[in-house]
Design a protein around this ligand. Structure first.
Ligand SMILES: [Zn+2]
Length: 265
């Protein structure tokens, strides 16, 4: 621990109620002769004993024992040069209730500071979880929107349904629903898994000119494809739809022969 962290424990150490790892750290640190912490601990002892000395005499509540009282007794007795058993004699010098008050204050302060630290990290963790939940919700919402759009395009009487036949007879068929305004919906299932370095790419093959890239996509974990892409050319100019396999990110122009294809009438 650094001096800054140990500073939170000076009072508890001065009261003799610091325990475990923190106490060991403090002792080892002070044994190394750190000037700052030695001064800090000395000041804490001074503050704590002044608190005790300044406090008026009072009767010690009989039930108070244990963690706080015992070390206080011992340290007070050591100061008074008396054996620790003689509690009645030293109570006049160090009113026990004031020690308890000082000890409780120090403990509560240290505890509150540590709790605050815990709460801050808990808050940060919660905020992180919330961001994640929001992102997941957005993803789900997007998925839902996509599914709704796919369904709308599929069900529209204005859509042209096309079956893209696979070049490889073992591959499933890919369905396309071409709507002049809502876009083109692509669906397939039982698609084999694809390496992430590869992607599928849909093209419009125009009656004249070069293929136009429409969408890049990947089967999901269940082998399902369901997406809608905008139709950016007059449907009447489209001669065919083709799907090629391309490197991840897609290609400006097809780099392989179509793996699926459907001609427009
Ligand atoms: Zn130090």
């Amino acid at each position: 621990m650094e001096c800054e962290q140990l500073a939170a424990f000076y009072e508890e150490y001065a009261l003799g109620v610091l325990e475990g790892e923190e106490r060991a750290e403090m002792e080892a640190h002070l044994a190394r002769g750190c000037e700052r912490c030695t001064a800090g601990a000395t000041e804490a002892r001074r503050v704590v004993s002044n608190l005790a000395l300044a406090a008026p005499e009072a009767q010690l509540p009989s039930g108070l024992r244990g963690k706080i009282m015992e070390p206080v007794r011992l340290s007070a007795a050591a100061r008074a040069g008396a054996p620790p058993v003689n509690t009645a004699a030293k109570r006049e010098v160090f009113p026990a209730w004031a020690w308890i008050a000082a000890a409780a204050l120090a403990l509560i302060t240290g505890y509150a500071i540590r709790q605050m630290g815990n709460q801050n990290s808990q808050l940060a963790a919660l905020q992180k979880q919330m961001k994640l939940a929001i992102a997941q919700n957005v993803a789900l919402q997007n998925q839902l929107d996509e599914s709704r759009m796919v369904a709308s395009v599929m069900l529209s009487p204005d859509s042209t349904a096309l079956k893209l036949m696979p070049k490889d007879k073992n591959m499933p068929m890919v369905h396309a629903y071409l709507h002049p305004h809502m876009g083109v919906a692509i669906t397939a299932d039982q698609m084999p898994a694809m390496p992430s370095a590869r992607t599928l790419q849909l093209w419009f093959m125009p009656k004249q000119g070069a293929p136009m890239s429409v969408a890049i996509f990947h089967p999901d974990a269940n082998g399902v494809i369901a997406l809608v892409a905008p139709v950016k050319m007059p449907v009447a100019e489209i001669a065919a739809l083709a799907v090629t396999e391309e490197p991840a990110g897609g290609s400006p122009q097809p780099t392989s022969a179509p793996a699926w294809m459907a001609a427009m009438n």
